[in-house]
Design a protein around this ligand. Sequence first.
Ligand code: GLC
Length: 414
Amino acid sequence: MESQQLTPEQQDRKRRLDWFLKARFGMFIHWGLYSQLGRHEWVMNRERIPVEEYEPLAQTWKPAPGCQREWAKLAKDSGMRYMVMTTKHHEGFCLFDSKLTDYNAAKCGPGRDLVAEYVEAARAEGLKVGFYYSMMDWHHPDGARCKKDEAARRRFVDYIHGQVRELCTNYGKVDIMWYDVSWPLDAEGWESAKMNAMVRELQPDIIINDRSQMPEDFGTPEQHITPAEGGRAWEACMTFNGSWGYTPIDTDYKTSKQVVGMLRQVAAGGGNLLLNIGPRPDGSVPEPCVQALKETGDWLRRYGPSLYEATDPGPKDWLVTGAFTTRGSKLYFHCNRWPGSELAIGGLFNKVLGARLMGGYELGFRQNKDRLVIFGLPEIAPDALATVIEIDVEGQPKQKLGAGCVLIDDDPWG
Ligand code: GLC
């Protein structure tokens, strides 16, 4: 029924987005010349490094062969289902072998097409492949001039479209086109509609993000987890510490507990988490990221169904002990602050049919109007990141508390 009401364009989008809507978790990789300096991927701009002074970094970059295989294995082990790597960041250096500039990995220090290696590595692990591509370019002589000089705009837009064409032509199937910063032009100046039509012609199954000043297929909240309006697909991108590029002086890395918490949040809102690693110039991944990702993977092997296939269409009220996802008539309570042997959940009006530690044993429970008490839990949390308690209820799960403390006799959902 539903698909009959969709326009052909909407139906096609639904088809292309199918895998993405179930993916939940992806690896973002920011890797470039800036990784050698280790002070954020905006270092060229923030420290006002002149182009001539920055350029030699293209010759000194010597990434170790095979490092992308390690990322792909790490991504797979962590429960991620796709990867998105910077093919060119704002610095303008191309990690792919471009015919349009020699400022690229194949012709400079690395001496290899790092995008080809990345694609091969991701595919070997069965992961979907995304290309991050910055439209803004601090290296190209027309990158800023294009705003005020029509001849420069023409040259620069041809350059950008030409590179996007290369990316969509030379690497087989590409699953995501992930544009970034479209300074200094508008959609018309960039000829974004034409560019994206070309992308779709070359890659009929691709999904495109919203950063070429066209809404396209999905939204990209950055550094915050905010579900999109109107059922639109979305993906929150987040750093592990405070930077996207390798920045060892920022030691404030997210823990696996935080990652699991973010995954619950994106799942509840029906979105994805694109979590960034900023590898060292040699391609190795900072240990705090590896550690947190491995722990997240272990957690997902046990509790995955509470995230990959679950969402939370009817938002629930806060509880100090944790938060929900739901699937059909099942509630998954992600308990990240363990209460001890009893867990009380208020505001649930569905009849409870059963409760268990997910992947573990059945639990006892008693229910009195909108107070559910689950008992027989271990004193100590079985899982430090979050223990999921699976609750089967009658009908669609609904939970709501409000501010009062009086038990309501009539139907609170009416
Ligand atoms: C921002 C930054 C950039 C980073 C991106 C990731 O737009 O400019 O450095 O690559 O966000 O979403």
